[in-house]
Design a binder for this molecule. Structure first.
Ligand code: 5GP
Ligand code: ZN
Length: 114
């Protein structure tokens, strides 16, 4: 079994502030928030990054986005706007090698990103 840091959070070996959980995914507050709302949404099954998404495991990504929309409403950022983003690899800025989507909102977000 892969025991990356996010797998440990899923297994309750590392605490987190959960905002949503079901049998397929978990959403929790980022430990180092980059915006007033900063939630990470992850699949419970370990997938390293977008590089590993394929026709067999892609369904969970749609589910993650459906829950991102629900959480954006609950967290009050849906009308002003927000960003859902995933970093891939070294140049993409990925620091945790378990697929995760950042839900960021509550301030003006710059574009293009750094
Ligand atoms: P990445 O840089 O890979 O796109 O995003 C990883 C994110 O995970 C970062 O925003 C970082 O703050 C967050 N993070 C890293 N370790 C932990 C942790 O143990 N708990 C929580 N809640 N977030 C973490
Ligand atoms: Zn993992």
């Amino acid at each position: 079994m892969n025991m990356c840091i996010f797998c440990k959070i899923i297994n309750n070996e590392i605490p987190c502030t959960k905002v949503y959980e079901d049998d397929k995914i978990l959403a929790f507050r980022d430990i180092n928030p980059a915006a007033p709302v900063h939630v990470l949404i992850i699949p419970k099954k370990h997938i390293t990054s977008v590089n590993e998404i394929n026709e067999d495991n892609a369904e969970v990504v749609g589910h993650i986005f459906a829950i991102a929309a629900k959480l954006a409403k609950e967290l009050g950022v849906d009308s002003n706007g927000y960003r859902v983003v995933t970093n891939v690899g070294t140049q993409g800025g990925q620091t945790v090698e378990h697929l995760h989507f950042h839900l960021l909102g509550g301030r003006n977000l710059g574009w293009p990103p750094g």
